[in-house]
Design a protein around this ligand. Structure first.
Ligand SMILES: [Zn+2]
Length: 316
């Protein structure tokens, strides 16, 4: 370690050495993480009900097998159609598996591109089935996840909407870790649609490689920003890709020493009390928002890129 440090110091100067010293002093055990899956019942192109059932079953079984609590965020527009009863059953399956469900708006609108009255009506419409499923189990729908993480281009819209959320018993579910899984999932679904098994396997491998690196980046970046290890809220999607990858995702979490907790538990971390005053078009996660509040930069130069062809692993 010392020899390596000296070599690096000689090569690129003292700033990095300070960072390495900081890394070496960290405790052995790492952070808590709450897993969240958006766009329930199933992310991606609407397939057959058999396909949706298989995706849900594999994903939930994996979460249970690896003792990973999770919260799913529902777009109830997906329930519309001839197989409505079966699609509603998929949401019941999540609850019966011990998971929680939250609201992700009815039709996945952006607050930054939608008049506030239309947006609120859409979110209200999006709670009908999910809140009932929770109520019959003696529970309440309590979490809202902004589609695209877009929180509005005016302070007035956001203040008004978050007032509506509070009046209706909701809290915003932030995101402090993400792995661009939807980009890989889109290509994976395209490969499955053309029955290209080899491409699907390549995309999945690239996804897992990227996930390992980006999770490590978030851990480093959060430590640098906050000076301690926060509890993360990890955004993924209820995709075929994640269903097929759940064992490997669990392995990545273990390798990163991340300990899965519920969203409620993660949200007790004081980091989530840091004000988020960002107003604008960007759908940023909360690490970026905190960095704006705290006037501290994140190490974007080392952020792992998703290649344009997501099926190709990044070259660092
Ligand atoms: Zn979404």
């Amino acid at each position: 370690m010392l020899r390596r440090a000296i070599a690096i110091k000689a090569a690129i100067g003292f700033g990095l050495i300070a960072a390495i010293g900081l890394a070496a002093s960290r405790p052995a055990l790492a952070e808590d993480v709450a897993l969240t899956f958006d766009d329930l019942p199933v992310y991606g192109p609407r397939g057959t009900i058999d396909d949706a059932q298989a995706t849900t079953r594999v994903l939930l079984k994996g979460l249970i097998r690896h003792h990973l609590p999770a919260t799913g965020f529902v777009n109830e527009i997906q329930l519309d159609g001839a197989d409505r009863v079966q699609r509603i059953q998929l949401l019941s399956d999540w609850l019966d598996a011990g998971m929680d469900l939250g609201n992700h708006s009815y039709s996945h609108l952006s607050l930054s591109k939608t008049p506030i009255d239309v947006y609120i009506a859409d979110v209200a419409k999006g709670q009908a089935v999910t809140s009932t499923l929770l109520a019959v189990r003696g529970r309440k729908e309590r979490w809202y996840r902004y589609p695209y993480l877009e929180t509005g281009t005016t302070a007035e819209a956001r203040t008004r909407f978050e007032g509506w959320l509070a009046d209706n018993g909701y809290r915003v579910a932030p995101v402090s870790m993400e792995n661009s899984d939807w980009e890989f999932a889109d290509r994976y679904d395209e490969a499955l649609a053309r029955k290209d098994v080899a491409a699907a396997a390549r995309i999945r491998a690239a996804y897992l490689d990227y996930t390992g690196r980006v999770v490590a980046w978030y851990r480093e970046a959060a430590f640098g920003l906050l000076g301690r290890r926060p509890s993360f809220v990890f955004l993924m999607h209820a995709s075929r890709l994640n269903a097929a990858s759940i064992d490997d995702l669990a392995k990545i979490l273990r390798h990163q020493q991340l300990h899965a907790v519920t969203l409620d538990e993660a949200m007790r971390d004081p980091a989530y009390a840091i004000p988020d005053t960002y107003v604008g078009p960007d759908g940023d996660e909360w690490l970026t928002r905190w960095s704006l509040t705290l006037h501290k930069d994140l190490p974007w130069a080392s952020y792992p890129r998703v290649s344009a062809e997501s099926e190709k692993p990044d070259v660092r």
